[in-house]
Design a protein around this ligand. Sequence first.
Ligand code: F6P
Length: 550
Amino acid sequence: MRCDRTTAWAALRGHFEAHGRDFDLREAFARDAGRFSSLSFEAPEVFADLSKNHLDIATLRFLLDLARECGLEAQRDAMFAGAAINTTEDRAVLHTALRAPRGGSRKEHAAKASPFNDEVHGVLDAMLAWAETVRDSAASGIRHIVNIGIGGSDLGPQMVVPALDAFVHPGLQFHFVSNVDGHDITPVLRRLKPAETLFIVASKTFTTQETMANAHLARAWFEAEGGTDVARHFVATTTNVQAAAEFGITTTFGFWDWVGGRFSLWSAIGLPIAIAIGADHFRELLAGAYAMDRHFVDTPLASNVPALLGLLDVWYRNFHGATSRSVAPYHQGLRRLPAYLQQLEMESNGKRVDRDGELLPYATSPVVWGEPGTNGQHAYFQMLHQGTGAIPVEFILVRRPTFGSAGLNADLTDRLERQQTMLLANGLAQSQALMRGKTTEQALADAAPTASTQLDSAILARHRTFPGNRPSTTLLLDRLTPRSLGALIALYEHRVFTSGAIWGINSFDQWGVELGKALCKDLLPRLTAVEVDNADLDGSTAGLIARLRA
Ligand code: F6P
């Protein structure tokens, strides 16, 4: 049933008016000494503290009712069973089959069952074996890997490779080229020699304008710089093996139309990751994701972390009216996570009609944005603390670092350990400050009379007041390893599935990117043709074209 027509939706509306609008986190903690333990949850590799959110056990109960009334579990099981839930493209959605262990059969648990198990493991074995030959740089001569792809054929590997830096082959350098803007590829090419370079052309369709332009440019550069043997230095990862062959690529690792671009890092699109961290670690990444799949399928909704996070997203978006969520990973390796999540969440759930094509009267995907902590603290956290509206923040803390201290003296090791502690203290302090705030009285007590010569201390204190009561979630990992990262990414995938399932939308298509692509095809010749007649265009576009041609 559509979520806004359920009994639970009406109950949540009433609950929000009675207890949600004026919910006070500080009072909630003062009232309930067990709040942290009752609102924090364990998932594989990830501990989730939801207790600093505007919810209580009653809210959770209503949200779980909503999940049941919307058939979340049945929808989840249909996805895992390979039903064609991406109805507008008539496709199954089976990225979970990419991490199911070898030998899963239909009779076994849904998360393991896949009719494609043999095919998946065939490609995986071949890809990982090939990745190992590239990693043997003494034999391969390869020092630089350039991934040419965009969107889902870029953001996953581009996020994962730096995140797992401690596991990356020390003799290889990774470059990610996505933008059709030549300012992306030129600084990369400047650092390369053809004989030491492997180009991976990554494109599910092998038709994407930006990727094809960059791939052709890379090949032209390769040949112009005296490179020989295109077949050895260019490899493709795609579902369109035929188009890759026409490009002149003979080594291709394939995948399937039931793998959505933004869910594809587990497939051949993960080749740069496999080359970076090696076969065993790549399998660990898959194993971490698989553990999260099992958690999502096996765990009752009341303690199912991806389901709870997805429901929380619905609570904030549809009842509190939150238009965005800020993600703050306190791990520099996760610096591209917000960009990765922007595609995962906003391309999936940025929809305005339900599965039957009916216009929705309620909001869907929030804006997702962020930067690594502590950098964000010195930029936009001002707005999170003292801006006019509350924005839910998601802190990701990683207890132990992976950068290693081998080769460093005791003093440096000690300094690095202290910096790790500083990092964690910063993350904790921010979520505490958001919740706690600072009253005008406290600010008045603190406001030194000499702080401003122009304002009296009462006015100054108001500038220094923090409203507090601002919600946050903390996800805690022990170490950022292939396994824990795999689990974390799968957690986000299932969370997005959950909110999309509640909203009744198709989270697996992306028609919204098509119009711009089509219009670009029309405008392209107008920028260069000798004779143009732009009378059919709007005044702005025609005017801008005239200036660009001048
Ligand atoms: O334009 C959006 C999109 O289709 C994404 O969904 C996809 O990840 C990206 O483009 C790249 O597509 P491809 O892998 O086919 O080049």
